[in-house]
Ligand binder design. Structure first.
Ligand code: SAM
Length: 234
């Protein structure tokens, strides 16, 4: 269970109303039951429920179960999709090891306003589900040109480019072993020609094909992250 307070042996944690409802009514837990807590910075701790009602829950923290793991280092840059698909995209990105999620506004991006609190809630839910101890951060949306103009030194950008030569991503990806990586996936309408030219002109960008078929943006993201994870082995 994700909590925001500090965690340590003997600490008492007050769960939120929603969490109390989840523990009592969904998981049907009772006082004395044990669960695991994490806050994204102090590692994972075993705790026992000391009081539980439909509206509140107190937990007593016992001992550390797992030490804090470092943030995954993958920067995931994505053109936002419509809400339902976006929830899915964010959840898969967390499961597949994205450490920072950077929404990117491109010429053909169709999403008017991004609900960052909803994205952050999806990130936390995905982190709880897949058992990571860090909470990936979701940044404010930025225009593609600005993102590229202010690019972080030392990080390579893997650009999912359906027009990249060949179909096999492995030759390009295998040359990136040991590098700090970012991934860029375009919107459903694809990148504009000017955006593709700009991306291909930059020294820190590696265009990567993902096979001969046109993938939906969320499919491309999961496929690309799986390939990067396999190449990096983590
Ligand atoms: N240009 C596509 C078309 O002609 O329909 C539309 C974009 S595609 C739905 C969404 C994004 O997924 C693309 O911008 C690209 O980043 C990625 N993508 C899709 N298929 C790909 C492929 N075969 N290789 C590399 N990237 C791909």
């Amino acid at each position: 269970l994700y909590v925001t307070c500090d965690l340590g042996a003997g600490f008492t944690v007050e769960a939120t109303r929603e969490q109390a409802h989840y523990l009592a009514n969904v998981l049907r837990m009772r006082e004395g039951a044990e669960l695991l807590l994490f806050n994204g910075r102090d590692g994972e701790w075993r705790a026992a429920i000391t009081a539980l009602s439909k509206k509140s829950a107190q937990l007593s923290v016992a001992e550390m179960a797992r030490a804090q793991t470092p943030y995954p280092d993958l920067l995931y840059c994505f053109a936002p999709l419509k809400q339902g698909r976006l929830d899915y995209l964010v959840q898969k990105a967390v499961e597949m090891g994205a450490g920072v999620l950077q929404p990117v506004l491109t010429q053909h991006t169709q999403v008017p306003k991004l609900g960052l609190p909803r994205l952050q809630a999806n990130v936390i839910e995905a982190a709880e589900q897949c058992g990571i101890l860090s909470i990936p951060s979701v940044r404010e949306p930025v225009k593609l040109e600005r993102l590229l103009a202010e690019w972080e030194a030392g990080r390579r950008l893997v650009f999912c480019d359906e027009d990249a030569p060949g179909n096999n991503p492995l030759p390009a990806v295998s040359r990136l072993a040991g590098e700090r990586l970012a991934l860029l996936v375009g919107p459903e309408g694809g990148f504009s020609e000017a955006e593709r030219q700009l991306l291909r002109s930059l020294p820190f960008v590696t265009p990567v094909p993902l096979g001969p078929r046109i993938l939906r943006a969320d499919t491309a993201a999961v496929a690309a992250m799986a390939i990067l994870q396999a190449a990096a082995g983590d």
